[in-house]
Design a protein around this ligand. Structure first.
Ligand code: ZN
Length: 202
């Protein structure tokens, strides 16, 4: 299983980090070891600026390469929510030097993954509301229609370069509102107003 992540996929988040709107999807990876087990995320010692990024995530149903946009939907088995935990201090240092910032995104436990809902439970996958609360206050909210690159295009695009396999997970990018976490914070993720993600920061 691999975790494929999309960067800068919502205009409001691109703006808050002073980045440019990408012409093509920005792709990075989290190794499978990054999957957070359980409900507690421990802030790692190497960072003093861990951010939350709530994202719609998609589970891949079968292997595929060079998938046509029109066929992409047949490769999605489930939809859920993930948190792409990011060491923003480390990322900023590497970005300044123009170096790859993998380590700021791809450390142990950096991918919180909810249960997956069947794709059939959604009326329109290009109109899915989602949000994140921190200590019950809403801090991030978005809708899949606001993605710069929609999931059907992403599956097509990614599969030109990297074969998709059953159980791969795509993190589709975060809207604005990313911010620093501290010990004791409680995060809750909602998709179409249903709470499906619950993480304690320890
Ligand atoms: Zn992200």
């Amino acid at each position: 299983m691999k975790i494929i992540c999309i960067g800068r996929n919502y205009v409001d988040h691109v703006d808050e980090l002073n980045n440019d709107i990408p012409k093509n999807p920005i792709i990075f990876f989290k190794p499978s070891i990054c999957k957070l087990e359980g409900f507690d995320f421990k802030i790692p010692e190497f960072s003093s600026d861990i951010h939350h990024e709530i994202e719609i995530i998609y589970k891949i149903s079968k292997s595929g390469k060079n998938i046509a946009i029109s066929d992409s939907i047949n490769y999605i088995s489930g939809i859920g929510l993930g948190i792409d935990f990011t060491a923003r201090d480390i990322q900023s240092k590497f970005k300044e030097k123009g170096l790859p910032w993998s380590i700021s995104k791809s450390f142990d436990n950096s991918a919180a993954i909810s249960k997956f809902k069947s794709i059939d439970e959604f009326k329109d996958i290009e109109n899915i509301d989602f949000s994140l609360t921190k200590n019950t206050a809403k801090v991030q909210s978005g809708n899949s229609k606001l993605m710069i690159f929609k999931i059907e295009y992403l599956i097509h695009y990614i599969s030109q370069f990297i074969s998709l396999e059953e159980n791969d997970i795509i993190f589709s990018g975060t809207p604005k509102g990313v911010n620093k976490l501290k010990v004791g914070d409680k995060l809750e993720g909602y998709i179409e107003n249903e709470k499906i993600l619950n993480i304690n920061i320890i």
